[in-house]
Design a protein around this ligand. Structure first.
Ligand SMILES: Nc1ncnc2c1ncn2[C@@H]1O[C@H](COP(=O)(O)OP(=O)(O)OP(=O)(O)O)[C@@H](O)[C@H]1O
Ligand SMILES: [Mg+2]
Length: 401
């Protein structure tokens, strides 16, 4: 096949390694690259290899697709100059195979081709080529394209390394945080144990002292719950929480959750009812986890409704057999502005500027609910608007094994 328009050879003046354009400021030195030259035409491979070595690179030569793949597997090249029309395996096939291998997936491929048709170039792009150069090639253009792709690949490599470093750091940070959260339980157990002991000595305490101790015990329990939630959320995010699935009647579960709030409901003169079909709604779920999801949603509904508020825990069977069952908690409280709704399901996501500080929580409850629903192959969402009450609904597949 035809070679260079300008001819090539060691004698020809060409841009050498580190060389820049004539007259311009000196370009930074260019690192030598290992370039795989693939062409069934031996004259052509020699020509290209010569041109590349004058420019300071190492050229390895393959005269067939199979040989090219073998050389690429032996040592990943920095770039491949690939002829399209070759007997046996053509350039498109070679390119596809390079793209399919992890080691050569990102290696820049320049197709050197006598074909000028747009369709051929489209086929090349489809096969994963990064650039084309037409035969007979202009060697300055060829080197410029080669150097531009090598630069992009180098920058890509730098980005990859930086990202890997960031990932490692972030993992270490996560592990450390996890460890600290985990270890918080030990001193906390000590505090709780001592408070429990003190509370047993009520007779020796003034009423005020006893109240302080009770307050301390209540706060410690809250803190313990928070630590457990943080540990669960991290475990679920890492996919390490194993679900203990069992056939569970979601209506019975909703009733169990509701019953636990009877005292608060009565104290605050609210209404809390379960609305469910007469027949059981059964799903294979981690009972304890889903119970905690419903409890979280009920806690929120009770927190964000005023005295006299109405709350419904609704359970619905699948619309079609084997479909998803739905559980929802609906309230007639203050509602949630649409623009902040997505944020609520992220760690510490809360509606800002909620007036009553006393009602503030950690902002973890809904993240927990989302991860728990998703761990079951389900999803959770909210339907609400400011001032109209809120509906938190989650869907669980009933046929999951
Ligand atoms: N039923 C609801 N009505 C109005 N706003 C709600 C309701 N449920 C949740 N929100 C808003 O969503 C935020 C996030 O809820 P989430 O349960 O994740 O955290 P939290 O209740 O603040 O704290 P935690 O549950 O960790 O104790 C809440 O702070 C509140 O702003
Ligand atoms: Mg909450």
């Amino acid at each position: 096949m035809s070679g260079s328009e300008h001819g090539a050879g060691r004698s020809a003046p060409g841009p050498a390694a580190g060389g820049g354009g004539a007259g311009g400021p000196a370009a930074p030195p260019r690192p030598p690259a290992d370039i795989l030259v693939v062409d069934d035409d031996r004259t052509n491979t020699l020509l290209l290899a010569d041109l590349l070595s004058v420019a300071g690179h190492t050229a390895r030569v393959a005269n067939s697709g199979a040989q090219a793949l073998a050389l690429a597997a032996e040592q990943t090249p920095d770039l491949v100059l690939l002829d399209i029309m070759m007997p046996g395996m053509d350039g498109y096939q070679v390119c596809r195979k390079l793209r399919a291998e992890a080691a050569t997936r990102l290696v820049p491929v320049v197709m050197v081709t006598a074909l000028r048709e747009t369709d051929d170039r489209i086929a090349g792009i489809d096969a994963g080529a990064d650039d084309f150069i037409s035969k007979p090639f202009n060697r300055h253009e060829l080197l410029a394209r080669v150097h531009s792709l090598l630069r992009i690949r180098r920058l890509h490599g730098e980005l990859e390394r930086a990202l890997a470093g960031q990932k490692r750091l972030s993992q270490m940070k996560d592990q450390l945080t996890h460890l600290i959260i985990h270890d918080l339980r030990n001193p906390l157990s000590g505090i709780m144990g001592n408070l429990d002991l003190l509370s047993l000595k009520k007779d020796n305490l003034t009423e005020k002292q006893a109240r302080f101790i009770e307050e301390g015990r209540r706060s410690s329990k809250e803190l313990l719950k928070l630590i457990a939630a943080l540990l669960d959320v991290t475990k679920m995010e890492e996919g390490k929480l194993e679900l203990k699935r069992e056939a569970t009647d979601l209506t019975a579960l909703a009733r169990e959750a509701v019953a636990a709030f009877a005292g608060v409901v009565e104290r605050d003169r609210k209404t809390l009812v379960v609305a469910a079909p007469a027949e059981p709604v059964t799903a294979l779920v981690d009972r304890n986890l889903i119970l905690r999801v419903i409890e979280n949603l009920l806690t929120n509904a009770l927190k964000y409704t005023t005295a006299g508020g109405k709350i419904v825990a609704r359970v619905e069977g699948p619309a079609a057999p084997g479909g998803a069952a739905r559980c929802g908690v609906e309230d007639d409280g203050e509602g949630i502005p649409v623009e902040v709704q997505n944020r609520l399901f992220t760690w510490f996501g809360q509606v800002e500027a909620r007036a009553e500080r006393a009602r503030a929580g950690a902002g973890l409850g809904l993240s927990f609910c989302k991860l728990a629903a998703e761990a079951h192959g389900g999803r959770i969402w909210v339907e609400s608007a400011a001032g109209t009450g809120s509906k938190f609904i989650f869907e669980l597949p009933t046929n999951a094994v």
